[in-house]
Structures are given as structure tokens and as C-alpha cells.
Design a binder for this molecule. Sequence first.
Ligand code: GAR
Length: 196
Amino acid sequence: MKSIVILISGGGSNMSAIVRAAQAQRWEARWGARVSAVISNKADAGGLVFAREHGIATAVVDHRAFSEQPQPREAFDAALMTKIDRHQPSLVVLAGFMRILTPGFVAHYEGRLINIHPSLLPAFPGLHTHQRALDAGCRFAGATVHRVTAELDHGPILAQAVVPVLPHDTADTLAARVLTQEHRIYPEAVAALLQT
Ligand code: GAR
């Protein structure tokens, strides 16, 4: 069994797209792969409801619970790893997981950790990607699926999608156009990895 663990912080629409693709394309029957858990750093992440409704195990590790510790990021990541490793994942999928991970976490999942970022990397790593693309006068924007390395929003690129920037775009209209493409390329990239 190839176990997939997905980490989210919010609505989880990319996670939902992967779960729906896994069901529609029968990943379990074809490749012995299934989404075994969805884990969030926020108890109120909307995606947790979707996961539970689809019979997927969920867990919450609230990063705020570690803020008083001498090394809060390391302590949070250690707790997160404990929850993740219960599911012995072949793949750990970051899907709108808005925490910066420690080098120790990244090393622990080396070769098994992927992310989606809402820009055409290496352009615009970090936050506010759509506004930054508009401010720079970009004619095209997009999204990137990449392997996660210790450097934020870097790492070998697995898939990209390009969308046009339209004359009256705001950060929100551009984000919505990009997100539609994220929902296409992320399940495709995960499926491709499951077959390697
Ligand atoms: C997506 O646009 C994803 O690319 C982005 O957050 C959104 C999550 O949406 N991720 C990042 O910005 C990571 N740096 P979702 O919760 O509906 O999948």
C-alpha cells in the first residue's frame, strides 16, 4: 500500500482535488495508493470536514501550542512528524500548508515531500504571489508543483501550469484562474509519482 498524507491549513481545495482524482481514477486498485490522512495546523481548516466526510483519517497539530517552547518550530515539526509517520507515507503532499518547515523535517521526508506554489517558480517564492505578479506587469502567471528542499519554494519542478494575466485582473481574479489549474496539475503530478 502506498500511503499518501496531505497537509493543509485552510479550505483544502487542492487536497479535495487529489482525493476526488484518487477515487475517480481508482488509484487504490491500479497502484495500491490511497490518501490515508489529512493533517492540519488549524482545527478550523475547512478541508478537514471534506476529509472526514470521505472517510479519511484527520488530525490537528496546532502550531500555537508550541510557541512557549525554546525551539517552537522544531517542537511543532517533531509533533507533526509523529502524526504523519503513523501512516507510513510514501508521499507527503503539502496542499496550502502555510508553515515554514525545519531542515530536519525536510530531511526526514527527503524524496517523499512535494508542494504546490501559486506562481511560476522560480519567480515569486513566498507570499502574495498574485499581487506581486500584477505589480511586476507579468503577462502570464501560474502554479508550480515541486519537490521540497530546505530552501523555501525551491526544489526540482515536477509540473507547471500557465494562465494569462487579463487587463482587469485583481489578485483575487488571478488567484481563482490559477487555482483552477492547480486542481488539474496537482493530482496529475501525484499520480505520476505513484507510478514511478
Ligand atoms: C493554493 O493556491 C496553494 O497554491 C497556496 O495556497 C492555496 C491553498 O488553497 N499555497 C501556498 O501559497 C504555499 N506557499 P487550498 O487550501 O484551497 O488548496
